[in-house]
Write a protein that binds this ligand. Structure first.
Ligand code: 6AU
Length: 259
């Protein structure tokens, strides 16, 4: 039997994973919004509008041209007032010592504010132990990129399998995967977040590929849909689109549960 988000929230060893699933259940939303804009005010405006409908905000903080500490203060305040968590999509990809510095230091100090971040597994297991040194004491969670939504991705087959094996060895810090489908059995609890979700178009000009929430959640067993331009792109009504994707994601989940 497929477990509910609430049931799975009880199982996770990692505090961030537990809190995320509790939030999903509370808000009846498995929607993560990806806001890839380059100005602080635009980012904050979109986040304030979509905040009530999401469980998770995904950022690319290094594309913000006028980044400053105040942005983090405001994002954290919005995360409290609208009840969502923050995922910095940093896609770390270096040796353990370097990623530990990139995670904790520099301009962005990601570990101090992002509940969740992610990493490629190409460097081997040291990338997880390096990030864990910083993130574990803070109760943070890590997602591994096991698959990618873009055309021609090399993260397939034995690479994906090796990524799952790495995750199993670090269950206290690795909370799941970026992938297009469920990668483990129901006896193991990893979160699967799927990017490349859109209801209106099938791709972009640069290799992105889109699938529907139903395809991703019902057919492929994913847990969270990540939607970017489908919500804020092309002068869209962001509130209307956020509600539309939240509803589509939740209905797909209920279908998966057989309700
Ligand atoms: O909906 P979009 O295409 O506007 O945005 C998708 C978002 C972007 C990508 O950087 C990210 O999802 N992404 C990721 C992540 C989340 O790691 C992996 C991937 O395979 N494909 C992908 O699009 O912010």
């Amino acid at each position: 039997m497929v477990k509910t988000y609430a049931e799975r929230a009880e199982i996770f060893q990692n505090e961030t994973a537990r809190k995320l699933f509790q939030c999903i259940e509370r808000k009846k939303s498995n929607l993560c919004v990806a806001v890839d804009v380059t100005r602080k005010t635009e980012l904050l405006d979109i986040v304030d509008k979509v905040g009530p409908y999401i469980c998770l905000l995904k950022t690319h903080v290094d594309v913000i041209e006028d980044f400053d500490e105040d942005l983090i203060v405001k994002l954290r305040a919005l995360s409290e007032s609208h009840d969502f968590m923050i995922f910095e999509d940093r896609k770390f990809a270096d040796i353990g010592n370097t990623v530990a510095l990139q995670y904790s230091s520099g301009i962005y100090k990601i570990s101090s504010w992002a509940h969740i971040t992610n990493a490629h597994t190409i460097p081997g297991e040291g990338i997880i132990t390096g990030l864990a040194q910083i993130g574990k004491p803070l109760g943070r969670g890590l997602l591994l990129l096991a698959e990618m939504s873009s055309a021609g991705s090399l993260a397939t087959g034995s690479y994906t399998d090796a990524t799952v094996a790495m995750a199993r060895k670090h269950k206290d810090f690795v909370i799941g995967f970026i992938a297009g489908r469920k990668l483990t059995g129901d006896d193991e609890d990893f979160i699967v977040m799927s990017p490349g979700v859109g209801l209106d178009v099938s791709g972009d000009a640069l290799g992105q590929r889109y699938r529907t929430p139903e395809d991703v959640i019902v057919s492929s067993g994913s847990d969270i849909i990540i939607v970017g331009r489908g919500i804020y792109g092309n002068g869209r009504d962001v509130v209307k689109e956020a509600k539309r994707y939240r509803d589509a994601g939740w209905e797909a989940y209920l279908t998966r549960l057989g309700l």
